[in-house]
Design a protein around this ligand. Structure first.
Ligand code: MN
Length: 141
């Protein structure tokens, strides 16, 4: 079964583009359009990777990433930030908030699958912290 990816993006055009690109690669996709929804879906669905728009309603992507990193089971889940323009200091803020890297929008659809695959690989290689959350996802789902 292909990995589960959560796309957090409030701009429907960007969200759709990412969704179509990753769907073509066979990933299972979840989508959230604001920070609160992102946290709710992430904790319920336990995605293998999260694409996180930084500029979101209610809560910034930075805040969502920070909260997730404090949530049991989410210390190792790869989070790729999506930023509309790379502002000075953004890279530092991205890393500081717990994201593993970032992509600049508009997303390069030829580059995206490779970045996602690489991040998923890295996520699997990193030391497991299994045991601090509620267990594995239901294999039959
Ligand atoms: Mn946005």
């Amino acid at each position: 079964m292909k990995e589960k990816i959560l796309i957090v993006e409030d701009n429907p055009i960007h969200a759709r583009l990412i969704e179509m690109t990753l769907r073509a690669k066979g990933y299972r996709l979840l989508q959230a359009t604001d920070g609160e929804q992102a946290l709710a879906i992430a904790t319920r669905e336990r995605p293998d990777l999260i694409l996180m728009d930084l500029n979101l309603p209610k809560m910034t992507g930075f805040e969502v990433a920070r909260k997730l990193r404090q949530t049991p089971g989410f210390s190792q889940v790869p989070i790729i930030a999506l930023t509309a323009y790379a502002m000075k200091g953004d890279r530092e803020r991205v890393i500081e908030s717990g994201c593993d890297g970032y992509l600049t929008k508009p997303i390069d659809t030829r580059q995206l699958p490779g970045v996602v695959a690489e991040m998923l690989r890295r996520g699997k290689d990193s030391p497991s912290i299994a045991g601090d959350d509620c267990g594995e996802e239901n294999p039959s789902s």
